[in-house]
Design a protein around this ligand. Structure first.
Ligand code: ADP
Length: 764
C-alpha cells in the first residue's frame, strides 16, 4: 500500500525474500535523512554535537568536521543559543513527536528556518527546515479552514460520510492530488474506504491491500507518530555522520521528521506515479485504526510546517471523533438488535410453537446480523429462511452439530475449515452462527453468511506480495511493479461475526428458552385443566346420555308398533349414536384418568411384555393372517408394565387394522443408531431406549404425522378400516409422555409405517 515506509537497508538479499523481511528490520537506525533539512544530535548536558547530516556544508557553509564534537554555538549566535536553551528548558515533554521551538536565520542556503527538537537517550535531536519562499501560509486562513472542517465533520451522520468529508477537506487545505482514507481490517489487510482526487486520476476506492504492504515496523512507527512527510519521492538520501568514538552508536531516528525511508517504499510510490506523500495516523483507543494518505502525482510537494501541524491536529481530532462515531454506530446496531429481539419475543408468545414467531413475519431471524440464510431445527423438523444449503446437507450438518457441539453457541467465519463437507455449499454458507437451545435436545438456530464477495478487489496479489528480481546475480526485493487491479477470492470465508452480534445471539437464546419454559408451564397448566374438565364433562354427560338412550329404547319397545319403518330406523340410529357417544365419553374419562393417576414404574423388560401382548392378540392376528416378527431381545426400560402393554397392543392392532396387503406383517425391534433422525438422536442423547413397531400397511402422509396423535382424529371415514374412535394414539402418547418418553412416526403411504417409542432406559 502506498502508505508504507519499510525503511532502510536499501535492499534485502537472500533466497526467501518478501516484505515480511521488513518486519525484522530496525528501520529507525537507517543512518540517513531526506535532503530538505539538516539534522544534528547534540548531548543535552553541554550541547556538544555528536551526529550531523552530511549536507551541513551545502546548507550552512560549515564542514561537518567543524561542528562534530563541538558545542552548538558554532551554529547558533549567542542570542539564538540563549533562546534555544530557554525553549528546551521550557518544553517539558520533548520525547515525541518533535516540537517546533523557534524560527531563526542561519547562514548559507538554510536561511530562515524552523527548528524542531525532540529528546532521545540523553541527546537532543535538532532538525532544521528552511522556511521556503514559495509557500507563504496565512495562519488565519488555515485556522478558519480547520475550524469549519471540524464543525462539518461533527455534523456527519455515519462513519462513511465522516471519511468522505474528511478526505475532501484535507485535500482542500493541503493541495494534494489525491487523499485517501485507509482502514486496517482484523486480518491485517487494509482497504480504501474513502478518497478525494483530481478527476483524471484512477480511483483506488474499495481496493484491498495485503497485510504485507504495511510491514510491522512501519505500523509500530505509525502508531507512535501522527504524521510522516516525504516531500520528494525521488530524493537522494543524506548520510548521518557521527563522532569517531568507540562508544558512539547509530542514532535512533524513530521520531525524526527527516528520517530517510526505504528504497522499497520510494520505488513502490514511483511505480504508482507518486512524487510526494504525507501520511496521517488514525488511532482508536491507542491502536492503529487506519491512515489518511495524501499523494501528489504532478511534482514533488513540500507541505509547509504550519499546514502539517494543522493536518496533524485534524488527524488527532478525527481519531477522537471517528472513535465516538464508530461507537455510536455500534451502539445503534446493538439497540436495533435489542428492539428486534423484543419484537420476535412478542411474535413467539403469539404462537403455540415458538419457531413460528421466529419465521412467519417480515421481521424474522434473517433481520438479525445481515445473514442471508437461517434455519431452525425443532423436534426433527427443519424450517428454512432465505438462502440455505440443501436439505440433505443440512441434515448432515445438524448430525455433526448434535454430536460435537457441547456449548450453547458456536460461530465460525470459515465453516469448511472445521467441517470439510461445508466446502460444497460455501457460496451460500461460508460462515455460520449456531445457537443450541437445549443441551439435551438437538434444537438449533443457525444463521448463514455467504463467502465474502467472491471477488474482493485486491490492489496486489496477496499470495505474492512483492516481486523479486535478479540484479547483479542477487535476488533483490523490489517493490510491486504494477498496481493493476487484482481480483482474488477469499475462498471459504464469510464476513466475521462481531462480538456485539455474538452477544445479541446469546440474548436471543435466553429469550427463546424463556418463552419455551413459559409455554411449557402454560401447557402443563392447560393439560391439568383439560384433565379435570374431561373428567367432569364425561362423568356428568354420561347421566343424561343414559336417559336419552333409555327413552329411545322405551319408545321403540312401547310404541314400536305404531311407527313406520323409517321412524323405527331413525330410533335405531339414535340408539347407536348414543352408544358411540358413550364409548367416546369412556375414552375421554380414561384419558383424563391417565393424566391424573399415579404412575408406578419399575424396570420392565420389553421382550416378555411384547410377547404377552402378542399372545393376547393371537386370535385377531390369525383372523387377518398377520405375522409378527419378534427380535431375540428388547431393552429394559423404566415403565408401568400395564400401561405399556396397552400402548403396544394399540400399535399392533393399528398395524393390522390399517393394512390392505394380503400378507400382513408387523415387526418389532430396537433402534440403536439415530441415523438421520433428529428425534432419535435427541432421545438417545437423553439416555432413552428406543423400540419400534413397523408394518407393511397403508402408510400415513407426512403432513398428517402430527394429526394422528390428536384426540378423536381419524384419517378415514368413521367406519372405514374397522372403525375406531381416534383415541388410541392420543392415549398412547399421553402414556409415553407421562413416562418422560416420546412417540413419533415415520411412514410412506402405500409402503408402511414405523412407530417409535422412546422410554428412559433402566441402565441410566
Ligand atoms: P383409531 O384407530 O381408533 O382411529 P388411533 O388414535 O389409534 O385411532 O389412530 C388415529 C388414526 O391414525 C387412525 O384413524 C389411522 O388413520 C391412523 N393410523 C394409526 N395407526 C396407523 C398405521 N399403523 N398405519 C396407518 N395409519 C394408521
Amino acid at each position: 500500500m502506498p502508505t508504507a515506509s519499510p525503511g532502510e537497508p536499501s535492499h534485502i538479499t537472500g533466497r526467501n525474500v518478501d516484505l515480511s523481511n521488513c518486519d525484522k528490520e530496525q528501520i529507525q537506525f537507517c543512518g540517513a535523512i531526506q535532503p530538505h533539512g539538516l539534522l544534528i544530535a547534540a548531548q543535552e548536558s553541554d550541547l556538544m554535537v555528536r551526529h550531523i547530516s552530511a549536507n551541513a556544508e551545502a546548507l550552512l557553509g560549515l564542514s561537518p568536521d567543524e561542528l562534530l564534537g563541538r558545542p552548538l554555538d558554532r551554529l547558533f549566535d549567542a542570542d539564538q543559543l540563549q533562546r534555544f536553551r530557554q525553549e528546551v528548558a521550557r518544553q517539558r515533554n520533548l520525547t515525541c513527536p518533535p516540537v517546533h521551538i523557534m524560527t531563526a536565520r542561519f547562514g548559507g542556503r538554510l536561511g530562515d528556518a524552523h527548528v524542531f527538537v525532540h529528546r532521545h537517550d540523553g541527546l537532543l535531536i535538532v532538525e532544521f527546515e528552511s522556511q521556503g519562499q514559495n509557500d507563504p501560509v496565512s495562519l488565519h486562513d488555515l485556522y478558519s479552514e480547520v475550524r469549519t472542517s471540524i464543525a462539518e465533520l461533527q455534523a456527519t451522520d455515519s462513519v462513511q460520510a465522516f471519511f468522505d468529508l474528511a478526505v475532501s477537506r484535507i485535500r482542500r487545505f493541503t493541495g494534494y492530488d489525491r487523499v485517501l482514507a485507509y482502514k486496517f481490517l482484523e486480518d491485517g489487510s487494509g482497504w480504501v474506504l474513502a478518497e478525494d482526487r483530481e478527476p483524471d486520476l484512477e480511483s483506488y476506492v474499495g481496493l484491498h491491500y495485503p497485510a504485507s504492504d504495511v510491514p510491522e515496523p512501519a505500523r509500530r512507527l505509525f502508531s507512535k507518530k501522527w504524521i510522516s512527510h516525504l516531500p520528494d519521492v525521488g530524493y537522494e538520501s543524506v548520510p548521518l555522520l557521527q563522532m569517531k568514538r568507540a562508544d558512539e552508536y547509530p542514532l535512533d531516528l524513530s521520531y525524526a521528521f527527516l528520517r530517510s525511508v526505504s528504497v522499497m517504499y520510494t520505488g513502490y510510490l514511483k511505480n504508482m506515479g507518486v512524487q510526494s506523500t504525507m501520511v496521517l495516523t488514525l488511532l482508536r483507543q491507542g491502536k492503529l485504526w487506519g491512515l489518511i494518505s495524501c499523494m501528489h502525482h504532478r511534482s514533488p510537494k513540500h507541505v509547509p510546517y504550519q499546514v502539517r501541524m494543522a493536518a496533524e491536529f485534524l488527524a488527532h481530532l478525527m481519531s477522537l471523533a471517528m472513535t465516538s462515531k464508530e461507537e455510536l454506530e455500534e451502539r445503534d446496531a446493538v439497540n436495533r438488535m435489542k428492539s428486534l429481539q423484543s419484537t420476535l419475543m412478542e411474535y413467539m408468545l403469539r404462537h403455540v410453537n415458538f419457531q413460528e414467531g421466529l419465521l412467519r413475519y417480515d421481521v424474522n431471524l434473517l433481520s438479525y446480523f445481515g445473514a442471508t440464510g437461517a434455519v431452525v431445527l425443532v423436534d426433527g423438523h427443519v424450517h428454512k429462511l432465505g438462502d440455505t444449503p440443501e436439505d440433505g446437507a443440512l441434515q448432515d450438518l445438524f448430525s455433526w452439530l448434535t454430536e460435537t457441539m457441547g456449548q450453547d453457541q458456536f460461530a465460525t467465519d470459515c465453516l469448511s475449515s472445521v467441517y470439510p463437507p461445508g466446502t460444497a455449499f460455501q457460496g451460500k454458507a461460508a460462515g455460520m452462527l449456531v445457537l443450541r437451545l437445549f443441551i439435551h435436545k438437538p434444537h438449533f438456530i443457525v444463521w448463514f453468511r455467504p463467502e465474502v464477495e467472491h471477488t474482493v478487489q485486491w490492489a496486489g496479489d496477496p499470495r505474492k506480495p512483492v516481486d523479486v528480481s535478479r540484479v547483479n546475480g542477487e535476488d533483490r526485493l523490489l517493490p510491486r511493479s504494477s498496481f493493476a487491479l487484482w481480483k482474488e477470492s477469499v475462498r471459504g470465508c464469510s464476513r466475521p461475526w462481531k462480538d456485539s452480534e455474538l452477544a445479541a445471539a446469546v440474548d436471543l437464546r435466553r429469550a427463546i428458552v424463556d418463552v419455551v419454559l413459559r409455554k411449557a408451564e402454560e401447557l402443563a397448566r392447560a393439560n391439568e385443566e383439560l384433565d379435570a374438565f374431561s373428567y367432569i364433562a364425561s362423568h356428568d354427560l354420561k347421566e343424561p346420555l343414559r336417559g336419552i338412550h333409555n327413552y329411545a329404547r322405551f319408545v321403540l319397545e312401547d310404541y314400536g308398533e305404531k311407527l313406520d319403518a323409517e321412524g323405527k330406523a331413525k330410533l335405531y340410529t339414535m340408539l347407536s349414536l348414543t352408544q358411540r357417544m358413550d364409548t367416546l365419553l369412556d375414552s375421554l374419562l380414561y384419558y383424563s384418568r391417565i393424566g391424573r393417576q399415579n404412575l408406578e414404574t419399575q424396570p420392565t423388560d420389553l421382550l416378555p411384555l411384547v410377547k404377552r401382548v402378542v399372545e393376547s392378540l393371537a386370535p385377531r392376528l390369525n383372523e387377518v393372517r398377520a405375522t409378527v416378527r419378534l427380535p431375540d431381545a428388547l431393552p429394559v426400560v423404566w415403565a408401568n408394565p400395564v400401561l405399556l402393554e396397552e400402548v403396544i397392543a394399540n400399535l399392533i392392532t393399528n398395524a393390522m387394522k390399517y393394512n390392505d396387503k394380503p400378507d400382513k406383517w408387523v415387526e418389532i425391534g430396537t433402534m440403536t443408531d439415530a441415523g438421520r433422525s433428529a428425534q432419535a438422536a435427541e432421545a438417545l442423547a437423553k439416555g432413552c431406549a428406543i423400540m419400534y413397531v413397523k408394518d407393511n400397511g397403508i402408510g400415513i402422509p407426512e403432513n398428517r404425522f402430527d394429526q394422528i396423535f390428536l384426540i378423536f382424529r381419524r384419517l378415514h371415514a368413521r367406519d372405514a378400516y374397522g372403525g375406531g374412535t381416534g383415541v388410541g394414539l392420543t392415549i398412547a402418547k399421553k402414556i409415553v409422555e407421562r413416562h418422560g418418553g416420546q412417540i413419533w412416526v415415520e411412514s410412506e403411504p402405500g409402503v408402511g409405517s414405523v412407530f417409535y417409542l422412546a422410554f428412559p432406559s433402566s441402565d441410566t
